[in-house]
Design a protein around this ligand. Sequence first.
Ligand code: NAD
Length: 295
Amino acid sequence: MTNIAFIGLGNMGGPMAANLVKAGFKVNGFDLVAASCDAAKADGVEIAQTAIDAVKGSDVIVTMLPAGKHVLAVWNEILPHADKGVLIIDCSTIDVDSSVQAHALAAKHGAASVDAPVSGGTGGAKAATLTFMAGGSDAAFAAAKPVLEKMGKKIVHCGGAGAGQAAKICNNMILGISMIAVGEAFTLAEKLGLSHQALFDVASTSSGQCWSLTTYCPVPGPVPTSPANNGYKPGFASALMLKDLKLSQEAAKTSGAATPLGAHAAELYTAFEQAGHGGTDFSGIINYLREQGRK
Ligand code: NAD
């Protein structure tokens, strides 16, 4: 039987660990927050007193933490106590540089490592339908895949160390920019007296077609399941979109890539968050765009 240690039992990690229990793995979990530990315990996760206790005797370690500094701190803490030949998988969304550093740390301790950030949100975490974007060696990916498959439905090997994080932030930069583009188009259509449905019917079958329009339409009506029909309740909160856009801009800066629209998208989501909308679904940016127009 594979023993799994799971560190970080928050909104995403909690349900992901629960799915590993359902799949028949023995899961030892740890989180700094007692309430998260209690919820995971109710789902069959055995709670350890410390992260170090959780990893002792484990074949696989999964981390699901807020940011790069947390991942590096936890990996530094636990790797000296992990069993020889352990596989360590980080599913957090973090900056590419920290991810590469984490892989190097694992190699120093003789551990195989994979970065495997996810898309699909808390709904996907609960339903075990997440998409994993993985980075690491072929051997490490092959070992991680059977574990990731119990928490998701699509697992993509994107390349070497940090490639999963790179794929995640590039994808989400497209998403942030395209949501603003779709929001701007509806805002302009309103000023021009064009109905939401008419713009949707044309653009969704024309060259303006994109996921932000056809699956996640930022105005109520054309796509009944989009958060716009539910008061812009997330979904995918603007604060998380802003986090990913900031990561894309850090990576653009260090790598020397020109991403002017990504930079502007980050500025707009910063303003939206500062206006008190960090908890609003990211498609709610359309309301901010409307407010910027001439009355
Ligand atoms: P969360 O804040 O709910 O959970 C993070 C958990 O990590 C918290 O419970 C916290 O107590 C714990 N933690 C922090 N430091 C720790 C330490 N040293 N030891 C043990 N536990 C520690 O966040 P989340 O929504 O679960 O997101 C986790 C990661 O997944 C983030 O990187 C986020 O960007 C990414 N992500 C989130 C979503 C989403 O919809 N929530 C979607 C995709 C990706």
